[in-house]
Design a protein around this ligand. Structure first.
Ligand SMILES: Cc1ncc(COP(=O)(O)O)c(C=O)c1O
Length: 458
């Protein structure tokens, strides 16, 4: 066995010896769940850790291992686990009933709170996931404009409905304009007639499509910081340029703030002062319970007024259920400007410390992200697009996977793709612990890197 293979085996052996009960549960799960899981993002080989409980920023797995949680259910747990105010709100509401089949005050109380924060949201409606939120925002844009085509960014992720299952994996053809393709078997090719793809941070590519499909485009949809694609932020000038193009070509602008709302008390739209026509939300606004919402200009959202003749049908058995509303109100209320500033500052410290650790280990590595969001990249080069991320991944052997596993061995729970995000119960102590674990993992992986990805050695 080469040195690299030995290191890999040692990491996997350490993981296996710490997680024997998770391994047994994974085997049991494989009977009734294909592959043993029900969520693509949380599964990884040889098997994921099964968790037992969480408190604040820590998690405990079924084998009794403790982790600092830097994954936070993919940013939805902005206050970590079992936050006292959120837990109390859920308990209080659960004792009254979890859902009524009728409206309750919590619906407009949470909507008021969100509208008071996001300048682009006059009114909103709830869904049960961010996926449904972008789906309904897109439908609203189509209905309002009477046009069919949606323009999304290469590498952009807006959930798993067909219309946006296009170029989540970015185009690597090298062509000036990205080649659009459906992401997965089962997504009909016909979506390519109604979804166009432009390059992120490239206004010319957006304008070229707006010109070519003049009169057909209903909306441009964008994550201001591409989350799944590698925490790549849009340039502010790009977002401002999109607003101008949307005005000039008379199309709507949709911000997908499912993840980025956490970055500023007025959302990313408030941070950069660019007003979208529609906004998709999710994750943190449910306080950890399932949620999505879409909102925007009153003239657009009024399409959904059920009293309107030919009113727009939008149903959902659990839309705006009082349990999620109670948790969401507590979550948004606790996300004060001070709390946001706190986690954003910690995020800066984390990203800086990780880059220092790469330099200490003599390995080329970078981080991207904004505020409380971070992503680790195994490359010497600047990362400004989703395609950049795929390109370095193709040359990085198993480094992202082994880093993730070794961080688990060292008590740090992060997203297996290399994403980290912070929660309000964290302090500098947790960042220091994470950085210590990160540094140790890099030194463990240094000989592996030298053998399998020598271009990364300084
Ligand atoms: C930017 C963005 N939009 C939409 C979604 C979909 O949200 P959900 O997983 O709640 O369907 C996600 C999920 O990660 C996301 O990151």
């Amino acid at each position: 066995m080469s040195t690299a293979e030995t290191i890999k085996q040692q990491i996997l052996d350490r993981y296996a010896s710490r997680t024997t009960k998770s391994c047994v549960l994974d085997q049991q799960a494989k009977t009734s769940l294909p592959g043993g899981d029900t969520r693509w993002a949380t599964y990884h080989l040889p098997y994921p850790v099964y968790m037992l409980r969480g408190k604040g920023c820590t998690l405990t797995d079924v084998d009794g291992n403790r982790y600092l949680d830097f994954q936070n259910n993919y940013t939805s747990l902005v206050h970590g686990h079992a936050h006292p105010a959120i837990t109390a709100a859920i308990q209080e509401q659960a004792a009254k009933s979890v859902v009524y089949g009728a409206p309750a005050e919590g619906q407009f109380q949470l909507a008021d709170l969100i509208a008071s924060r996001l300048p682009g949201v006059d009114q909103l409606r709830y869904t049960n996931s961010g996926t449904e939120a972008t789906m309904m925002a897109i439908r609203a844009a189509r209905a309002f404009t009477g046009r069919q085509v949606i323009l999304k960014m290469d590498g952009g992720y807006h959930g798993s409905h067909d219309m946006v299952e296009v170029n989540i994996t970015p185009d690597l053809s090298g062509e000036r304009m990205p080649i659009a393709k459906v992401e997965a078997d089962g997504v009909p090719d016909s979506v390519l007639q109604s979804t166009a793809v432009a390059r992120f941070n490239d206004l010319e590519s957006v304008e070229e499509i707006l010109k070519a499909k003049s009169g057909q485009i209903a909306a441009i949809i964008i994550e201001p910081v591409m989350n799944t694609a590698g925490m790549v932020a849009a340039d502010e000038s790009f977002l401002r340029g999109l607003r101008e193009l949307a005005n000039r070509y008379d199309v709507l602008l949709i911000f997908d703030e499912v993840v980025t709302m956490r970055l500023h008390e007025n959302g990313y739209q408030g941070k950069v002062n660019v007003l979208p026509d529609l906004t998709a939300l999710g994750k943190l606004i449910g306080g950890g319970l399932p949620i999505g919402a879409f909102g925007g200009r009153k003239d657009i959202m009024s399409l959904y007024d059920p009293a309107r003749p030919n009113g727009f049908h939008h149903s959902g058995t659990f839309n705006g259920n009082p349990l999620t509303m109670a948790a969401g109100i507590a979550s948004v209320n606790a996300l004060t400007p001070q709390a946001i500033a706190h986690i954003n500052a910690l995020g800066g410290k984390l990203r800086e410390g990780m880059e220092e650790a790469f330099a200490e280990a003599g390995i080329h590595g970078r981080t991207t992200g904004v505020g409380s969001l971070a992503y680790v990249h195994w490359t010497a080069d600047e990362v400004t697009s989703a395609a950049d991320v795929i390109r370095w991944k193709q040359k990085a052997a198993e480094l992202p996977r082994l880093l993730h596993m070794e961080l688990l061995n060292n008590g740090i729970f992060s997203a297996n793709r290399g994403m980290f995000n912070l929660s309000t119960p964290m302090s500098e102590n947790e960042i220091d612990s994470a950085l210590e674990a990160f540094r140790a993992a890099l030194f463990t992986l240094k000989p592996y890197t030298a053998e399998k990805a020598p271009h990364l050695m300084m």
